[in-house]
Write a protein that binds this ligand. Structure first.
Ligand SMILES: Cc1ncc(COP(=O)(O)O)c(C=O)c1O
Length: 529
């Protein structure tokens, strides 16, 4: 079908807007960088959580786009709108008083890397569409693997491994599950789409795994919705909220006895709720116990989701959390959470790139090229869900060059030291209790008390703090732990209770901000009784 010729034969073509000249870009670019620098300088005094009502931001902006572009002359109005409408509608993730969720770090080298990537404007789907985009990514992921003590099998120089930048940890989990499905179906003699085989596959994670695991199961066709647990096993946790390795072994044996096929296990290293650490080594041993006579490629895929916590492994003293990862098939963490690299940047490594590429690769004629056919290059389009990809390695490369490993270690250590200090203050104050073991920069705490009434008081405390704009905290509800956990442990008492999470990780946070936060929390506690 061809488009109808709407243009009247004698009408002149519409005039193109004038191209932005290098000088104009220089002026506007300097102005934008100045604006960002001023924004960063003001961060400490802005209310952390945005106070706007739903629809308020939109109502202040015209409903329709301008017919005629304002060009450079329009930027006074743009910057005025940014300051008057956009900034008040933001929750300031880079604020030094941001202690919610997990951090989403930014840094000057990260932002400059992002700007350079936008300025270069390359799309690195194939090696041939920008060799430097691919090769810098391969190198940078090898650097990061070495910086965090990952085993050699995840390096691009190994026989079957390598790293790639995904957008997020959720995408990494999906990619791991799709690789696992591919490998499992090959091992049992089926292919994706072979419904009798596919419907036998099962995925395992702990009750504390991130919701992205269930979402990946839904996308991969292992679940019809969040409540469909027919082929998703959420394993109980022990008293430290870590996956119970004996329970997963039992669950796998049970599934096998019913004709099901364990396909993928997601171990969480640093759970979202409490940063508990699933025992990767013990989980790998459970897999080995169940599949003792089966070659490794026919065993379930073990993916390690270290979205937030993995960054800590730039410090050798934190590498205990990676114990056993040499037995995993894939691992990811997000430099965009705690490693000074602005969103989005998830580092994903696998030791079985054949299964990954096998699950992702499809080559239409228009993507064929001699470099791909030579077999000598990586085409990262085959390592991810989308085809197109940005030059994200630049920002990670700049971060590592700017701070060096020493600087990255100092960044992580400073936050852990602040969390240690905060935890000690909580322990000193009889009104509060530490509600979960602290493994790094997250302190889970609560006002003491039993039952729903104590949850309401803790929620009131959090809401009061967040409304004040002086800091931003979030909460979680602790799980009911396995009945195998020692009787009398505080995790039995606290199962089902609401706790506050103090996640210390913003790039701008200093010890003084944490001290002030604790003063404010203590004072607010007196008000909520
Ligand atoms: C353990 C864990 N996994 C996955 C995610 C999802 O991260 P992303 O936003 O990169 O998908 C999070 C988010 O906090 C997380 O804590």
């Amino acid at each position: 079908m061809s488009p109808p010729d709407a243009r009247k034969p004698d009408a002149p073509p519409a005039a193109l807007p004038p191209a932005m000249s290098p000088d104009e870009f220089r002026r506007l670019g300097h102005r934008a960088v100045d604006w960002i620098a001023d924004y960063w300088s003001s961060l400490g005094s802005l209310p952390v959580l945005s106070r706007v009502a739903p629809g308020e931001v939109r109502s202040m902006l015209p409903p329709d786009p301008p017919e005629r572009g304002a060009g450079e002359a329009g930027y006074d109005a743009v910057f005025a709108d940014l300051s008057r409408i956009i900034v008040p509608g933001l929750t300031h993730w880079q604020s030094p008083n941001f202690f919610a969720f997990f951090p989403a770090n930014a840094s000057t080298p990260g932002v400059i890397g992002e700007l350079l990537s936008a300025g270069l404007g390359v799309q690195g789907m194939l090696w041939a569409t920008s060799p430097a985009c691919t090769e810098l990514e391969t190198l940078t992921l090898d650097w990061l693997a070495k910086a965090t003590g990952l085993p050699e099998k995840f390096l691009s120089t190994s026989a079957h491994g390598g790293g790639v930048i995904q957008g997020t940890a959720s995408e990494a989990t999906l990619v791991a599950l799709l690789s696992a499905r591919r490998r499992a179906l090959r091992a049992i003699g089926g292919s994706a789409g072979d419904s009798s085989r596919e419907h036998a596959l099962v995925i395992y994670a702990s009750t504390q795994a991130h919701s992205s695991v269930m979402k990946a199961a839904m996308i991969a066709g292992l679940a019809t919705g969040p409540d469909d647990k027919r082929r998703v096993r959420l394993i109980d946790t022990d008293e430290d909220y870590a996956m119970d390795a004996a329970a997963i072994e039992h669950a796998m044996r049970d599934d096998i006895s019913r004709g099901l096929v364990p396909c993928c296990i997601v171990a969480s290293v640093g759970t979202t709720g409490t940063t508990s650490i699933d025992p990767v080594d013990a989980i790998a041993s459970s897999i080995a116990n169940v599949f003792d006579r089966v070659p490794p490629v026919a065993r379930p895929w073990l993916h390690v989701d270290a979205a937030h916590a993995g960054a800590a492994c730039v410090c050798p003293e934190m590498r205990w959390i990676f114990r056993g990862v040499e037995r995993a098939d894939s691992l990811c963490f997000n430099p965009h959470k705690w490693l000074l690299t602005n969103f989005d940047c998830d580092a994903y490594w696998t030791s079985d790139r054949e299964s990954l590429i096998g699950a992702m690769s499809i080559t239409p004629e228009y993507l064929r090229n001699s470099a791909t056919e030579s077999g000598a290059v990586i085409d990262y389009r085959d390592w991810q869900v989308p085809l197109g990809r940005r030059f994200r390695a630049l920002k990670l490369w700049l971060v590592m060059r700017h701070f060096g490993l020493e600087g990255l270690r100092a960044h992580v250590r400073s936050h852990i030291a602040m969390a240690e200090w905060f935890e000690a203050r909580v322990r000193e104050d009889d009104r509060f209790e530490v509600a979960a073991p602290r493994t790094m920069n997250l302190v889970c705490f609560r006002l003491r008390g039993e039952g729903a009434e104590s949850d309401a008081r803790n929620k009131a405390l959090m809401d009061r703090m967040n409304r004040s704009g002086e800091l931003y905290l979030t909460h979680t509800v602790l799980p009911r732990v396995s009945s195998a956990a020692p009787a009398g442990s505080s995790s039995h008492r606290l199962g089902g209770r609401l706790v506050l999470r103090m996640a210390i990780g913003a790039s701008t946070t200093t010890h003084a901000h944490v001290e002030r936060a604790w003063d404010r929390i203590r004072n607010a506690a007196s008000m909520v009784g």
